[in-house]
Design a protein around this ligand. Structure first.
Ligand code: NAD
Length: 340
């Protein structure tokens, strides 16, 4: 059993904790919060020991009815590996303590590549993570791009990628985020940081990305265009997507043409928290014009990185050296079969 600590029990951390708890070969030894919140009550109800960043706040937690198991450092001492899911920029500040205690750590996409010196995607570089002390699971957008680009690179070779990310303005519970009534060029400069982030995993891919944020909360939408080294057929590309354990086809027959309907579909499928861990690639959008490939893919920002964290734990601890086996174990434990 791998003992996993989750430092930062928010949008990503609470999902990673539940995914860890569902696996046959790992267990949650603790989660951390900075202040009493509804999520801290969820941690209590799930039976996850609750640790706090500032032990001076112990009385405030206990007064709220939240037993405190100790300080974050106590949690780290009991862990084989910590998944740092604190807000972007905070994770980097935690690095000295992970180094001092010699604990393995996984950061999220809100941190720079340099924090770990290694950026992970289970499809692309699982084996390179084996035995590493530090890794960073790339962001939700980069994860979605890496999956489709790597699959096409393996099948045809990728000459270049041009992609536009239409990004959600905030997560559903983010009451302080926006925009409210605008399309914000984010960033206004081209290329956006997403292309270089893809290259932190797939260094040989020629990619330029552009991004904007819009007033929605449920998902991102990617407009992807790739020049392939060999001519592709639509049928073959659809077959590759269909067979991929982390990419799903949003079938024309479902009538789904939006992120709203896709999230509703995930909910109706009975997915935990209505999460879509896979890229949702719109079947009707997949078009091949000789060696050019075009498609739309929806990315559930809260979910796609969660399964990557689980595989990253297996790779770094060396408990499973075969990427395909890890992906299969992760997916099975979550009852996750990609939509087809
Ligand atoms: P979040 O704000 O929802 O959750 C962060 C949690 O960390 C909160 O519960 C907060 O209380 C806790 N926290 C803050 N400071 C802490 C500290 N010093 N010690 C311990 N806990 C602390 O953030 P999130 O959306 O889950 O993002 C976490 C990371 O995941 C970021 O790097 C982010 O960029 C990345 N990420 C987020 C998304 C997304 O869409 N939400 C998608 C992919 C990656």
């Amino acid at each position: 059993m791998i003992n996993v600590a989750i430092n930062g029990y928010g949008t990503i951390g609470k999902r990673v904790a539940d995914a860890v708890a569902a696996q046959p070969d790992m267990k949650v030894i603790g989660v951390s919060k900075t202040k009493p919140s509804h999520e801290a009550f969820i941690a209590k109800s799930r039976g996850y020991p609750l640790y706090i960043a500032d032990i001076a706040k112990k009385a405030a937690f206990e007064k709220a009815g939240l037993p405190v198991a100790g300080a974050v450092e106590d949690m780290l001492k009991a862990a084989d590996i910590v998944v740092d899911a604190t807000p972007g920029g905070i994770g980097e500040k935690n690095k000295p303590v992970y180094e001092r205690l010699g604990v393995k750590a996984i950061w999220q996409g809100g941190e720079d590549h340099e924090v770990a010196g290694f950026s992970f995607n289970s499809d692309c570089n699982y084996k390179d993570a084996i035995g590493k002390q530090f890794a960073r699971v790339v962001s939700c957008n980069t994860t979605g791009l890496c999956r489709i680009i790597n699959a096409m690179d393996k099948a045809y070779g990728v000459e270049k990628v041009r992609a536009v990310m239409v990004r959600r303005g905030g997560d559903p519970a983010d009451i302080k985020r926006g925009p409210i009534d605008a399309i914000v060029l984010n960033p206004v400069h081209i290329p956006s940081h997403h292309g270089p982030d893809v290259q932190s995993v797939l260094p040989n891919i020629n990619i330029v990305t552009q991004a904007m944020i819009v007033p929605v909360t449920m998902m991102h939408m990617h407009v992807v265009q790739m020049d392939l080294k060999r001519e592709a057929t639509r049928e073959k590309v659809l077959e590759i997507i269909e067979k991929h354990p982390r990419m799903g086809l949003v079938r024309k027959a479902t009538g789904i043409t939006s992120t709203a309907e896709l999230k509703e579909y995930a909910m109706d499928l009975g997915r935990h928290r209505s999460d879509l861990w896979e890229n949702g690639i719109f079947e009707e959008s997949v078009s091949c014009l000789r060696n050019e490939l075009y498609l739309f893919q929806a990315i559930h920002q809260e979910a796609d990185v969660v399964v990557e964290n689980i595989d990253c734990i297996r790779a770094m601890t060396g408990i499973e050296k075969d990427p395909a086996k890890s992906v299969a174990i992760t997916n099975k434990a979550l009852n996750f079969i990609a939509i087809q």
